[in-house]
Design a protein around this ligand. Sequence first.
Ligand code: ADP
Ligand code: MG
Length: 250
Amino acid sequence: MGTIIAVNGKGGTGKSTVAGLIVDYIASKKLGSILAVDADPNSTLSDVLGIKIDATMVGVVDETSKEKDNLPAGMTKDRFIEMKVQESIGEGEDFDLLAMGRPEGPGCYCYINSVLRNVLNDVIHGYDFLVIDNAAGMEHISRRTERIIDKMVLVSDYTVIGVRSCIRIYALAKEMGIKVGKFFLIVNKLSGPLDPLKNEITSSTIPLAGTIDYDEELLRLSLANRPVSELKSDRIRSSVENIVKNILEG
Ligand SMILES: Nc1ncnc2c1ncn2[C@@H]1O[C@H](COP(=O)(O)OP(=O)(O)O)[C@@H](O)[C@H]1O
Ligand SMILES: [Mg+2]
């Protein structure tokens, strides 16, 4: 059974970048098979990972809904859709990718999230790691399933507001009874000492998995739409190594 790592936090803090760096690290060290899951409708994980996706879950659900008259015998429509979504998983050399896509119109998120949850419950057996970018709809992933999110990684930028957002998500997850094995905090885009955030971090009681410096190269790569695998900075790479080790051992 694979380890589920979910990355969450306020928009723009670097969730997709961090998720991408984690996937890249696990892949480059050959720690196991990986399914990267882009659960953010404003998705960028495929860009961060440099994978072209030809099908999103939203697209598959739309397509399949039209075929509802040709369901295989004895199969419910939901099951059929889940099967088609599984078939749509993009297979890369070092990892696979499942992208949610952007649902249109109200009410769609619930359905897509429930499809996502069921598909993840099915495919988790086939991977050593699931890395989910932006489990904003995490209640849909974890609620009413026996699966837990093993590691919930909360990403903050170098601001008090960022840390407070993480604390809010942490409190919300506890309140909703979401099954999380362990929470971690990452401060990303660090451009000075951690001291001004120390009080906030300590009082949050969320263990700090590590920090990632603000890095021009990371930003330039994303502006040029290049994947994080091209990153040369040893400094960032060793920060990521430290973080992944803390997360997997913690
Ligand atoms: N450590 C970093 N140093 C510099 N820029 C970063 C860093 N982490 C992320 N970024 C940049 O910040 C922007 C937002 O990051 P992104 O991962 O898309 O955030 P989110 O997924 O949380 O919305 C991107 O342009 C990304 O390249
Ligand atoms: Mg993102």
